[in-house]
Design a protein around this ligand. Structure first.
Ligand code: HAM
Length: 438
């Protein structure tokens, strides 16, 4: 037997329907906010990520799947989307094709060689958006709100939005000076990575996960104290715009994000519903001033965020499992004799083409065995046709949740089944207390 690669996982059953549901909702909501889909390759030149994400970030230094192709090019599997999306916007001059901002959404797999643990995989799915070319407090607030609303639409009640600003270039320069002054006094006691970071990119010391280093990092200067007046005002305005949308945020001076391209506002989302397992942030994003230019395009600013699909799917399974989101068929047809199988084979197809999810075993079995099979298939209703039903031109429809059974004339089958399903889903929605069915 060949096993899956460490840190990867197969997605099937309930998790696969959660996964699909999250992507579907996210795409729908992003479309309502005026974003359009873009698909970029999983493979990119390694140089792209070095330049965009930053050579001294953990993602580029330690976590990329990098290899030489047969022609000796250094390629990497994307560890994140933003670099590839901005490259595509520049390569294809998407900024020149219409009104700015260019608003794009994307979904697909990313790869990071991280230590696997709860909510952390080596292959994981992201959904995200980027809005490029028309910077505004409101565009930042709109992006933050969109991510928030996607998470909210999945039924989570307590979403913590952590917000910070990394400031403009001047704020950043002052802050880096303060960091160098502070860490120079401690660096001998810090890990070898931090010693390198102090020289190459002091801000990245703040990402260090070493427990001893973290104690030193806690005492480091905070970016908040070095923000220029403009950056501080901008952050306040974003907070106010969010407040107008009914979204409150926690300002978190420690939030620096692990990617180099950010400037200005950055944020993360955490789901903190009661009973939610700790999977880390379910998403994060920020504003970037110079990335488009650094990748060879004009001086256009951008903003965006990405959500981690596995993290959202595992939270959803943990919090809402048993809420009836099982992915079985709506109706499971049970022919109790060969003539019923033959008669209903074309009827079942008509029901499917009319939009009902119907499954049917191609075997005649006893009612008991067949009903067990229907439950195992996680069907909502069983539709039984035995000799009596066949003689009367009827079918017996059994609600597998309540056990209630009714007879339905064959020529009214479609409308009756559709009504029964609607009632079933209505009741389910009410039971789920505001978590609407999609
Ligand atoms: P990020 O914070 O590195 O940001 O990743 C976004 C989300 O992807 C995280 O919040 C997390 O939910 C999920 N994620 C990251 N690593 C893993 C992993 N190893 N396993 C499972 N899930 C993971 C970015 O990627 C930026 N490109 C976001 C952005 C878009 N900024 C501007 N535009």
């Amino acid at each position: 037997m060949v096993n899956q690669v460490k840190g990867t996982h197969d997605i099937y059953g309930l998790e696969a329907s959660e996964y699909g549901n999250i992507e579907l909702r996210a795409k729908l909501l992003a479309s309502l906010y005026g974003y359009r889909e873009i698909k970029t390759p999983v493979l990119e030149h390694t140089a792209l990520f070095k330049r965009a994400v930053g050579s001294s970030t953990d993602i580029v230094r330690k976590e990329m799947y990098t290899f030489e192709d047969k022609a000796g090019r250094s390629l990497s599997l994307r560890p994140e989307f933003t670099a590839g999306i901005v490259r595509s916007v520049v390569n294809n001059k998407l900024y020149a094709a219409g009104e700015l901002p260019v608003k794009l959404f994307y979904a697909g797999p990313c790869f990071r060689y991280e230590r696997p643990q709860a909510g952390r995989y080596r292959q994981f799915g992201q959904f995200g958006v980027e809005a490029i070319g028309a910077p505004s407090v409101y565009l930042d607030a709109e992006a933050i709100s969109l991510g928030y609303r996607i998470i909210e639409s999945l039924g989570f009640k307590k979403i913590v939005l952590r917000l910070n600003s990394l400031g403009d270039e001047a704020s950043r320069r002052d802050y880096e000076k303060a960091l160098v002054a502070y860490f120079s006094a401690h660096v001998d006691r810090m890990c070898s990575d931090c010693q390198l970071r102090l020289k190459s990119n002091p801000l990245r010391i703040l990402d260090c996960k070493d427990p001893d280093d973290r104690k030193i990092i806690q005492g480091a200067p905070k970016i908040m104290d070095y923000l220029s007046k403009e950056s501080a005002v901008y952050l306040k305005q974003v907070e106010l715009a969010l407040k107008d949308l009914g979204i409150t945020c926690e300002t978190d001076g420690d939030l620096v994000r692990g990617l180099d391209y950010y400037s200005g506002v950055v944020w993360e989302y955490v789901v903190a519903d009661e009973g939610a397992p700790d999977v880390g942030a379910v998403g994060g994003g920020g504003h970037y001033d110079r990335l488009v230019e650094e990748l060879g395009g004009p001086a256009l600013e951008g903003v965006g965020f990405s959500l981690g699909i596995e993290r959202l799917a595992s939270l959803s399974s943990a919090l809402f499992a048993g809420d009836g989101l099982e992915n079985g068929p709506d109706f499971y047809f049970i022919p109790l004799l060969q003539e019923a199988l033959e008669r209903y084979f074309p009827i079942v197809e008509k029901l499917r083409l009319a939009g009902l999810v119907v499954d049917m075993p191609f075997k005649v079995r006893s009612p008991g065995t067949a009903l067990k099979a229907a439950s195992k298939a996680k069907a909502k209703f069983a539709v039984l046709v035995g000799p009596d039903e066949l003689a009367r031109g009827e079918a017996s429809v059994k609600n597998l949740r309540t056990g209630e059974q009714v007879s339905v004339p064959e020529d009214e089958l479609l409308s009756s089944l559709a009504k029964m399903l609607e009632k079933y889903l209505d009741e389910l929605c009410r039971k789920m207390d505001g978590k609407d069915a999609f």
